[in-house]
Every structure is written in structure tokens, then in C-alpha cells.
Design a protein around this ligand. Structure first.
Ligand SMILES: NC(=O)c1ccc[n+]([C@@H]2O[C@H](COP(=O)([O-])OP(=O)(O)OC[C@H]3O[C@@H](n4cnc5c(N)ncnc54)[C@H](O)[C@@H]3O)[C@@H](O)[C@H]2O)c1
Length: 343
């Protein structure tokens, strides 16, 4: 039987891909997209579902308890993605990160507890950044679910706060909570402040790309739809109280990534502009995803490079209007025309 899934942050990069994944692959389910529409939320990413009876948009902050009181009774489960998500912004101003990612998560958990109690699953979408960093010179080291949480950036600390709170609501109140910890996502509809869409846009527009430090920092890259599939597996079959690592087994240095993007955009290395390193820049993230593979039969099937990266770059080349709108804030006009008038 179908269920009503509350997706928070559904107008963002992963949230919009997740809603499309659910709409296309789970025809019995309904989705309520609850999003505060910060600079990173863009309803144009979900324009095709505006009038779909299985989809509903609720414009709300995750800490608006009155709005949550209206929505929660109609919900069977929650996929909680809403967050301030950009590490650089968190370094510049941590306070909003703590408010949304910790206090906001607590308010959402409280609303779920109040209206659903132990009846329904709450999935907290966390990140591999909660584990801190790994050294560059020992590739045998990977993050497992039992690696101690040792976050380094204000963003990572705020996500760790939400991650630990979610577990605490399972431990303390017996709520049905699962946690996912994923590596870096790539794919369509990512706000062009993050490295791949930012670099592709700059390269297409003939600009330089700002590469941090010597470019040796390593990230593991996973296609966003592989992440979405993993979140749904955890929703359906994850064990309550457990965390699941999700990764692509696809480690690349930032320099290697930059060179691949330069090639895919027909530019040369003169496009690289070396900029001072990010403060406290984590050296390497790498995920051991054995648990979710073994217990939930999940495997990444869309993340192989260079093909998957090539398709992503092509998407940004083909969707210039989307990029221009989100960068200029023009998507707000879409919201005014399609949603604001209805409420
Ligand atoms: N992008 C990645 O590579 C990655 C990797 C692992 C985990 N994550 C996690 O996945 C989640 C989604 O990441 P993303 O990259 O899609 O982020 P994003 O910045 O693209 O989207 C965040 C969304 O949350 C909404 N939002 C922010 N604050 C809100 C608030 N107070 N109330 C309601 N809505 C609010 C925004 O409007 C936006 O639509 C985050 O929790 C992030 O920590 C991201």
C-alpha cells in the first residue's frame, strides 16, 4: 500500500532528484515537499509535478511548528534533507547552520514524535563529513559506520548535531529512526556554487575556475540518483537505530576532477586559477559502503566515470536557463506564478 512521504528540502539538489525518483519509481506513494526556499531551493527543478495529484508543495521552514502541526498528521514517514549545505558559507557564518541543521532538525523530530510517535520511519540524511578526514598517504583507510564522529567544519559539526539528535530520539523515545551518511553527490539540478556546476558554468562562459590550494584533496563521488535509491532502500528495509554509509568507490583529487571538466568543456589548463586553500580543508573522504551493500542489496549503478560525469556536464550545457535562473534568483518568479497565488 502506498504511503505519504514528507521530503524536507525537496526543492534543493538531492531533494528534487529524490522526489523525481519517488514519483517515477514508486507509483503508489505520495510526496509532500516541505521547503523554506532559501537561495538553494528552486521549484523549477520540479516544474513537471506542479499539478500532479501525488505531489504537494508546502512552503515552510522546518522549525515552523504551526505548519508542522498541519502537515505531520497527513504523513507516514519523513526523509529529512533540508539543510544549509555549503561548507564555505558555514566557514563564513556558522550561526544559520546551527539553527537550521541542529535546532531545525530537533523541531522536525519533535513534530514527528508528537504526531506519529513510534508509528512511521524518520530518515535523517547525514553526510560522510561527520567522520572528519582521512590522510592522503594511506588509501587503505576508509570510513565505516563505527568510525568515531570527528567533524571539522562548522557545516560538518551542524550535520553531526542533527545526526546524533536523530539517533538520540531513537534511543530515548523509541522512535523509528535511520541515518544515511553519503559521500559527495554529482548530477543535475545542483546549485552552481558547488564545485562541478560552478566549474562547468565558468568553463562554458570562458571564465577561470578557482582551484583550492594544490588540488590534492580527495573526494568520493556518487551520482545523486544512486544516493536517492539508497535512501529509499533505507526507508523500506533499514534497521531502526542504524546508520548506513553510502559511497561510490570513486575517489578523485580536486585537480583530477578539474582536469576532466576542462577536457569535457574543451578548455585548457590555463583556465585553472589557483586560490588560497579553504580554511581547515579536509584532506580525504572515502567510504566503506559494505554494510548497505550486504544488508540492503544496494549497489551504485549510475556513478561510473567518465561516462556519468560526461552526462552531468552535458546536462549543465543543455540547461543554461535553469542555471541562469537559480543564479539570478529568478526562479522566485516561478514560485510567485505557480504557488504563492494558491496559498
Ligand atoms: N550535496 C552533497 O554532496 C551531499 C552529500 C551528503 C549529504 N548531503 C546532505 O543532503 C541534504 C541535501 O543536500 P543538497 O546538496 O541537496 O542541499 P541544497 O543546499 O541543494 O538544498 C537544501 C534545501 O533545503 C532547503 N532548506 C534550507 N534550510 C531550510 C529550512 N530551515 N527549512 C526548510 N527548508 C530549508 C533549501 O531551500 C533547499 O531547497 C543535506 O542535508 C546535506 O547535508 C549532501
Amino acid at each position: 500500500m502506498g504511503q505519504t512521504i514528507l521530503v524536507t528540502g525537496g526543492a534543493g539538489f538531492i531533494g528534487s532528484n529524490l522526489i523525481r525518483f519517488i514519483m517515477q519509481n514508486r507509483p503508489d506513494d505520495r510526496v509532500i515537499n516541505l521547503d523554506g526556499l532559501t537561495y538553494a531551493g528552486n521549484l523549477e527543478s520540479l516544474a513537471e509535478f506542479t499539478d500532479n495529484p501525488r505531489y504537494e508543495f508546502v512552503h515552510s521552514d522546518i522549525s515552523d511548528s504551526e505548519k508542522l502541526d498541519e502537515v505531520m498528521p497527513r504523513v507516514d514517514c519523513v526523509l529529512h534533507l533540508a539543510a544549509e549545505s555549503h561548507v564555505d558559507r558555514s566557514i563564513h557564518d556558522p550561526s544559520l547552520f546551527l539553527r537550521t541543521n541542529i535546532i531545525g532538525t530537533q523541531m522536525l523530530l519533535d513534530a514527528f514524535k508528537k504526531h506519529k510517535g513510534k508509528d512511521g520511519r524518520f530518515v535523517y540524511v547525514s553526510t560522510d563529513e561527520v567522520y572528519g578526514e582521512l590522510p592522503l598517504d594511506d588509501k587503505s583507510q576508509l570510513f565505516t559506520e563505527s568510525t568515531p564522529l570527528k567533524p571539522n567544519s562548522p557545516y560538518a559539526v551542524s550535520k553531526t548535531g542533527g545526526d546524533m539528535l536523530a539517533r538520540a530520539y531513537w534511543h530515548t523515545y523509541g522512535m523509528d529512526v535511520c541515518i544515511t551518511r553519503c559521500s559527495n553527490n554529482f548530477g543535475p539540478y545542483q546549485f552552481p556554487e558547488k564545485v562541478i556546476p560552478l566549474f562547468v558554468n565558468n568553463l562554458i562562459e570562458g571564465k577561470t575556475v578557482p582551484l583550492y590550494g594544490d588540488g590534492s584533496n580527495i573526494r568520493d563521488w556518487l551520482h545523486v540518483l544512486d544516493h536517492c535509491e539508497a535512501i529509499c532502500r533505507v526507508l523500506d528495509d533499514g534497521k531502526s537505530g542504524e546508520a548506513y554509509n553510502i559511497g561510490g568507490n570513486n575517489e578523485r583529487s580536486n585537480l583530477e576532477l578539474t582536469r576532466m571538466l576542462i577536457e569535457l568543456c574543451d578548455r585548457d589548463e590555463s583556465a585553472i586559477e589557483r586560490v588560497p586553500d579553504r580554511l581547515g580543508h579536509d584532506k580525504r573522504y572515502a567510504i566503506d559502503a559494505t554494510k548497505i551493500k550486504r544488508e540492503l542489496d544496494w549497489e551504485p549503478t549510475r556513478s561510473a566515470w567518465p561516462e556519468a560525469l560526461e552526462l552531468t556536464v552535458q546536462w549543465y550545457k543543455d540547461n543554461r536557463a535553469w542555471c541562469d535562473h537559480v543564479r539570478s534568483g529568478e526562479y522566485r518568479r516561478f514560485y510567485e506564478q505557480n504557488y504563492a497565488a494558491r496559498t
